[in-house]
Design a protein around this ligand. Sequence first.
Ligand SMILES: Nc1ncnc2c1ncn2[C@@H]1O[C@H](COP(=O)(O)OP(=O)(O)O)[C@@H](O)[C@H]1O
Ligand SMILES: C[C@@](O)(CCOP(=O)(O)O)CC(=O)O
Length: 480
Amino acid sequence: MGWGDHHRVVWGASAPGKVLLFGEHAVVYGMTAVAASINLRTTVVASISNKNEKETMDDIVDPYSVAAESEKSISLHLADLEVRLTWPIREIIAAMGMWGTPERLWWSPEQSGMGAPAKVVACDDLLLGILHELVQDQLPAELQNDHALLTCASVFLHLYLHILGCREGEVRVTSQLPTGAGLGSSASFCVALSGALLAPCGILESADQSQVQREESTSEGGQEMHKLWDPALTLVNRWAFEGEKVIHGKPSGVDNNICSRGGMLGFRQGEIMWQVGGQEAGQQLPGSILVTNTGVGRNTSAMVAALRSRIARHPRVMEEILEAANAISAEFMNLVGAYKREGEGAKDGAKGEEQEEEEEEEEGKEGKQGLLSAAEMEVCAEEQDLRRRLPELIEINQKLLECMGVSHPTIEEVCRITAKFGLASKLTGAGGGGCVLSWLPSDISCDLLESIKAELHASGFRCFQTVFGGEGLQLWRGVD
Ligand SMILES: Nc1ncnc2c1ncn2[C@@H]1O[C@H](COP(=O)(O)OP(=O)(O)O)[C@@H](O)[C@H]1O
Ligand SMILES: C[C@@](O)(CCOP(=O)(O)O)CC(=O)O
């Protein structure tokens, strides 16, 4: 099937990467983490046949005989890696038979009314083994030991087969995110993939009208972009979480939540407890982030396992450390919450008359101080507080992560370099390598920033600047 075929639907989806501002690892033990999306994204475009393979045959005897004759296939194109994997549908059906081919593999748009598959299918060990074998059969010899590719392609097959069933299709993935560096490439991939696969099942045309009304559509570059609202987003999130489990074992769920919802959020025990919307996040938290990649690869599940062993050896001590990380997230949410309230009040003129009169009186007594009104000075005081306390919270959290045993000499070197220039830094994500974030106040001078970047570069590190927040999952219908 080509991209110009008439019997297919084309959907695109893109999801952002993320940074964990505070609380990584602690969140696995029920503590609060604070995450923010960043402006690097993964894009998935799916071109899917609108017929299930079973329906394309005239004489349906049984699924297996239909499949045996099929010449059709399902492909995954990982464009950045220049890898294209193609599975003949007959091979998939034969292999999946060992798991007990579920009805889902034969479902059709007519049968289901194209309702999105509301029931998420978990990937058990037997199924994972089958998927691994299917992937390995397609991998060239030189890529047989590529664990990242194995897990990524297994997630693809799991979601594709259980969301869309055995219909011919091609899925192309491109990403601006480095993989395995703590910037949420796996969650961004799982969210964009779930969105692109659920869209042809009518997730935007839900029978629930309230959901349709709450869906937001905007036009970008002549293309209509759809932003999902609950419960459609929750469904995407659930499938993405299943994908994350295939890659990581037992993730906390913070990554798929931030990559699907965007903005900034506080997350604890599977629940979102604090949220700042996509574009708002950059306004609520002034400044930006410098992300430095140590270039040291690591594996999230290995880092999580290492901390688990340390906790088993020192349960009482580690409990205190995890609690301290939790307190940092709580303090940060208060700090930004306070800044937001005061800032909004001053900007929007949302203060009570009494308060305004009091301020005028104050100004009358002391006169305008410099060029700022009393209200503006109040906002500045809040920002001053944030400027003083945020770097300290970042530094303390980094020290706690060192105590958790998830830091790395290169991470500490980046922290030392940036500290020389007055910046606070911490690892972000699973640690053990990966990326380090540094908070950049909004008025940092270009010269200073260039000096920091030059020194990091001279020490062999690559870095880039990004803003907090930005849109979560976005969907668009492709051109036939
Ligand atoms: N664009 C992509 N192409 C291939 N695999 C990807 C891509 N993005 C993410 N992955 C998968 O995600 C894994 C990295 O996840 P993880 O170790 O959690 O790092 P990160 O912090 O970047 O999410 C890779 O091993 C791979 O399986
Ligand atoms: C260490 C952890 O808190 C975050 C891992 O983030 P990443 O895979 O490095 O992007 C694990 C989790 O939350 O499941």
